[in-house]
Design a protein around this ligand. Structure first.
Ligand SMILES: Cc1cc2nc3c(=O)[nH]c(=O)nc-3n(C[C@H](O)[C@H](O)[C@H](O)COP(=O)(O)O)c2cc1C
Length: 466
């Protein structure tokens, strides 16, 4: 017997005119915002994810995210007044993204930013759908009432169940409210990491270990506040199979950065994207960022030179409380902005640990298609024994189905003939009755198959889009 594949199973089911439930990536609902596909494009500063990338992702049914940090660098006035340029650029990018997509657009803001509150206010004024808050704990001075009134959903980014617990317990105490979802970012992510360098390889800190722990930590808040709090897992997610696997461990969605950085729609210069395509596994390393966190990047000549000789550089303004630019020998915002513009001699590219697997720059549409197909195939592969049983059962029914179908055709012909000749009205009535019964039998077979398919889905955590 030929091996059952996802495609052959699909053909078998649809040949019997049964609608196959979708094996697609499920939806993601955060508060009153619902995305068709549970894929969040991670915010990527400085200027890597702006209106072009975020709107393209939102148009594919995912959640597109504009990164706020250093966003003003895309404006000419940044070096004169960084704060004002940040607000101006952010407002513009939010408006452009919204004009280009009716989908869900979020903004990512680093809590450690000096102008964090001002940027957050701008997202409230612009009524963005969601704010993602990382690089620090969004606890103190949160304008919760304003965020609620503007309908802005709040999603902190954490790397441990401890941090999630801290944020949720403090919110409960201080605001009698809790955030609307959580991003769990694991040690394989690109950019700044929430896991200490010494722990990056420790299984205890892996995404696969932390996701179930965060899920457990949130369960009491889900019950107490009577609302779902989805978990969005990120860091090293590369294929639709990765999405399927992490969802099986309890994630409701994924956040992906690097793969979106290598798309046509990504807001960075082509040289930035080509650097990702060209990098090897050995090129990817961990740096000590001036921000005081480890970061994963393509370690190029610029980065190695910063650890060798004293460099001259200027800091446009102290955009980040506690930034150690002097000790690190460079301003990270300027370096990342240079990379965005394609000047990799004076900058560098943040990437996730799987960046070396990217072999070409693609479109956001193609990337979504690929992820969705891979997800469906992974679902099928995981449940293969069940699908084989189901296919065996359907194949048996197929003969009965075909025979019934053939009989229906014959009956139809005879019935039409009977109507034409009008010899025996009884004969016509009998034919009509049998035709009706046979049609009902066909429908019953279809329903049985559909029911079995649904039982299959309900035995998994997968929520089919029907
Ligand atoms: C180029 C680049 C820039 C990033 N910038 C930010 C940022 O400004 N703020 C943030 O919270 N995360 C940032 N990240 C992390 C992403 O939002 C995302 O969580 C991460 O890339 C997921 O891992 P992956 O790249 O393996 O998919 C950045 C990642 C990359 C690759």
């Amino acid at each position: 017997m030929k091996e059952l594949t996802y495609e052959s199973f699909k053909r078998l089911v649809t040949s019997l005119k049964v609608k196959l439930p979708s094996f697609d990536i499920p939806r993601l609902t955060i508060g009153n915002k619902s995305a068709q596909i549970a894929v969040v494009q991670g915010g990527m500063g400085v200027g890597i994810s702006l209106s072009s990338l975020s709107s393209a992702v939102a148009n594919q049914g995912g959640i597109g995210v504009i990164a706020a940090n250093g966003i003003g660098m895309i404006e000419p006035g940044y070096f004169k007044d960084g704060r004002a340029a940040n607000i101006r650029a952010m407002r513009n990018e939010i408006r452009k993204a919204k004009a280009n997509s009716p989908g869900i657009i979020g903004v990512n803001i680093m809590v450690a930013l000096e102008d964090f509150q001002a940027l957050l206010q701008t997202t409230i004024e612009e009524k963005v759908d969601i704010v993602f808050l990382g690089a620090g704990l969004p606890i103190k001075n949160m304008p919760v009432a304003q965020l609620r009134e503007a309908g802005v959903q709040v999603v902190p980014i954490v790397s441990s169940a401890r941090a999630a617990n801290l944020i949720f317990s403090m919110w409960k105490r201080m605001y009698n409210d809790v955030p609307d979802a959580v991003v769990v970012e694991g040690p394989k992510a690109g950019g700044h990491l929430g896991v200490a360098e010494k722990d990056l390889e420790d299984e205890q800190f892996s995404l696969e270990t932390v996701v179930p722990k965060v899920k457990e930590a949130l369960s009491t808040y889900i019950e107490e506040f009577n609302k779902p709090i989805p978990i969005i897992a990120g860091g090293g997610i590369f294929t639709g199979e990765d999405i399927y696997k992490i969802m099986k461990l309890g994630a409701d969605a994924v956040q992906m950065g690097t793969r979106f950085a290598a798309t046509n729609e990504c807001d960075a210069n082509i040289q930035f994207k080509e650097a990702i395509v060209a990098c090897t596994q050995e090129d990817i390393g961990i740096i000590k960022s001036p921000v005081g966190l480890p970061g994963r990047a393509i370690v190029n000549e610029f980065l190695t030179s910063t650890t060798k000789e004293k460099r001259k550089f200027s800091c446009p303004w102290q955009c980040l409380a506690g930034c150690q630019a002097e000790a690190s020998n460079y301003c990270i915002s300027v370096a990342l902005n240079n990379a965005r513009k394609g000047n990799l001699k004076s900058g560098f590219v943040f990437v996730g640990s799987n960046a070396y697997k990217i072999s070409s720059i693609t479109s956001v549409t193609e990337l979504f298609q690929e992820l969705r197909q891979q997800y469906a195939a992974a679902f099928f592969a995981d449940k293969k024994p069940l699908f084989i049983t189901l296919a065996g059962w359907i194949n048996k029914l197929k003969d009965e189905y075909r025979a019934t179908e053939q009989r229906v055709r014959e009956l139809k012909d005879s019935y039409l003939h009977a109507l034409g000749t009008v010899v025996q009205s009884n004969w016509g009535a009998t034919l009509k009755e049998e035709l009706k019964t046979k049609n009902e039998q066909l429908e019953q077979i279809r329903q049985n198959i559909a029911e079995k398919l649904h039982t299959l889905f309900s035995s998994t955590s997968h929520k089919p889009i029907v």
